[in-house]
Design a protein around this ligand. Structure first.
Ligand SMILES: [Zn+2]
Length: 301
C-alpha cells in the first residue's frame, strides 16, 4: 500500500491555524499529533558500529531538494534496498526499517558489511551514485567541474566531469576551501615545450545541493583536527553537517541538521537534541551539506 510520505522538513509549513481550521476535526487532531511527534525529532538506533549510516541518513533527510522529488514517487517496483532507503527519508519508519536497510546495504555492497565501522563519505557516494543509477530522476547533488591543463606557451586541454561531492583540503572557512579547490597548481608532467604543466579545476555547474567533504584523513592515517568556521558560503546555505569525533580508528559519527522551522538539531544515533545555536567554530565537521540560495530578482544588483 502506498503510504502518505511526510518529511519532517515540511511540517512547519503546515503550521498555520487557518489551514488547520479548514480541515475536519479528525485531520486537525491527527496533524496536531504529528506536529508534536515531529517536534520530538526521531533518532536512529545504533545497531553496532552504524553511527556512520545514521549520520548520513539524518543529513540526507534534511535535503529538501532531494526528499521532495521522492515524495510522489512510487517505490513498489524498486529493490528492497531502495524501498527501505526511501522509507527512511520520511516519517513513519520503524526500528525494523533501519534494521532492514542496514541488512540490505551490507548485501548490496560488501564494503558496508554488518558491524564494520566505515567511512561516512564513502557511504554517501555509494548511496547517491547507486540510487541515481537506478532512478531516472533529476539528481540535485550533481554538479560539473571543468579541468584545465595548460602551459605558459599557450597549450591548453579542457575536460568536464560531473561530481556529487567535492573533496577539499581543510582550511579555516568554507569559501577558503572552495577557493583552494579551484586554485592553479603545478602538476608533475612536462609540456612539449619542457615547462611544467599547470592544472586548474573550476566549478562550472553548481548543484542545488552542494556536498563538501573535508579531507581530514591523510594517507598516513592521521586526522587533521583543524577547527573550521561554520559560516555560509557566497551562494549557499548550510543545511546539515556530518561530524566525526575521535581519531582514524574507532571514531564516532553524529549529525547536526537544520529543520524546516529554522532550528538546528544534533542527532547522536537514537538521541536528538535541539541546539540553541550552532557554534561559531568546530573541529568536528567532516561532510557539509549546502542548499543553493533562491535569489529573488530584487536581490540581484
Ligand atoms: Zn608548454
Amino acid at each position: 500500500m502506498l503510504r502518505l510520505k511526510e518529511n519532517i522538513l515540511e511540517t512547519a509549513e503546515y503550521g498555520s491555524c487557518i489551514f488547520f481550521l479548514k480541515r475536519n476535526i479528525f485531520y486537525t487532531l491527527f496533524s496536531l499529533f504529528k506536529f508534536v511527534h515531529f517536534y520530538q525529532m526521531s533518532g536512529l538506533p545504533n545497531l553496532g558500529n552504524t553511527c556512520y549510516i545514521n549520520s548520513i541518513l539524518q543529513c540526507l533527510r534534511y535535503q529538501r531538494h532531494f526528499v521532495k522529488l521522492l515524495k510522489k514517487y512510487n517505490s513498489e517496483k524498486d529493490s528492497k534496498f531502495h524501498q527501505h532507503f526511501i522509507d527512511l527519508m520520511f516519517d513513519g519508519h520503524t526500528e525494523q526499517s533501519i534494521k532492514d536497510f542496514v541488512f540490505h546495504l551490507s548485501k548490496e555492497n560488501q564494503e558496508f558489511k554488518l558491524f564494520k565501522q566505515c567511512d561516512a563519505h564513502e557511504l554517501f557516494l555509494f548511496l547517491i551514485d547507486h540510487f541515481y543509477e537506478y532512478h531516472d530522476m533529476h539528481n540535485p547533488f550533481k554538479g560539473t567541474i571543468e579541468s584545465k591543463i595548460f602551459c605558459d606557451c599557450g597549450y591548453e586541454s579542457l575536460s568536464k566531469q560531473d561530481f556529487i561531492s567535492l573533496s577539499v583540503n581543510v582550511k579555516e572557512s568554507i569559501d577558503e576551501m572552495l577557493d583552494d579547490y579551484q586554485r592553479v597548481e603545478e602538476i608533475d608532467i612536462k609540456c612539449k615545450c619542457s615547462k611544467t604543466l599547470k592544472k586548474q579545476m573550476t566549478i562550472i555547474n553548481r548543484p542545488s545541493i552542494m556536498v563538501v567533504h573535508l579531507k581530514r584523513f591523510t594517507s598516513s592515517n592521521r586526522k587533521i583536527d583543524t577547527e573550521i568556521l561554520l559560516d555560509e558560503t557566497r551562494s549557499y546555505k548550510m543545511t546539515a553537517i556530518c561530524n566525526h569525533s575521535g581519531q582514524t580508528q574507532g571514531g564516532h559519527y553524529t549529525a547536526a541538521v537544520l529543520r524546516g522551522h529554522g532550528g538546528w538539531w544534533m542527532c547522536n544515533d537514537i538521541h536528538t537534541q535541539e541546539l540553541a545555536q550552532l557554534p561559531e567554530k568546530s573541529y568536528l565537521p567532516y561532510i557539509l551539506f549546502f542548499e543553493k540560495y533562491k535569489r529573488k530578482f530584487s536581490d540581484i544588483k
